[in-house]
Design a protein around this ligand. Sequence first.
Ligand SMILES: CC(C)(COP(=O)(O)OP(=O)(O)OC[C@H]1O[C@@H](n2cnc3c(N)ncnc32)[C@H](O)[C@@H]1OP(=O)(O)O)[C@@H](O)C(=O)NCCC(=O)NCCS
Length: 169
Amino acid sequence: MDIKEEQIILRPFLDEDISTFTKWLDKGYIYKWFCPDGEEYREAWLDEVTNRNDKYHFMTHFIVSCNGKDIGFCLYMDCYFEKEYIPEHYGMTIDKKGTVYEIGYLVGEEEYLGKGIGTIIVKKLEEKIIESGGKVILADPDEENIISIKTLLRNGFIKIKDEDYRKQI
Ligand SMILES: CC(C)(COP(=O)(O)OP(=O)(O)OC[C@H]1O[C@@H](n2cnc3c(N)ncnc32)[C@H](O)[C@@H]1OP(=O)(O)O)[C@@H](O)C(=O)NCCC(=O)NCCS
């Protein structure tokens, strides 16, 4: 049975969540998409969550819980602060803070996959981005990551080009 929206909460990511996040990152079905170039990406993710309050202050990380159990992770990033990848990949220059955000998400516990939770996570990220005054949401799924792409399309994202999906909000 599908999970209902009110059963899912995005709570702030804490230092004690790093070990759970690492366990999820190392699962094959997540590592494949989160660390496409291998260990360098893995280290970058761990650096990001560890230093989320200083070096990566422009990103907001969450643990996803379902009925109180930690089952996933997600984040949004204010693209204004990412001066290399965002302009290169999306071909856009962002001159104002708090307008364009990029998202990432995963369901880390296998028994919770395929129950509509990924779709709810993206919806809840969108709600938070709206609260922050955001106008556009970006996502860059690998074109082979069909499930992630379906999750975005279901939430009203539009494909601009390969690995470039956007939603105006
Ligand atoms: C992407 C991810 C978060 C989706 O989570 P989920 O809770 O399983 O997804 P949902 O149940 O909400 O399903 C989303 C869509 O994918 C489809 N889907 C789910 N599981 C599927 C499967 N095994 N095969 C094919 N389609 C599937 C659903 O039918 C739904 O599409 P629809 O709305 O058109 O029917 C999850 O697969 C995941 O954590 N993957 C690894 C990490 C990752 O790739 N993150 C995204 C990086 S860009």
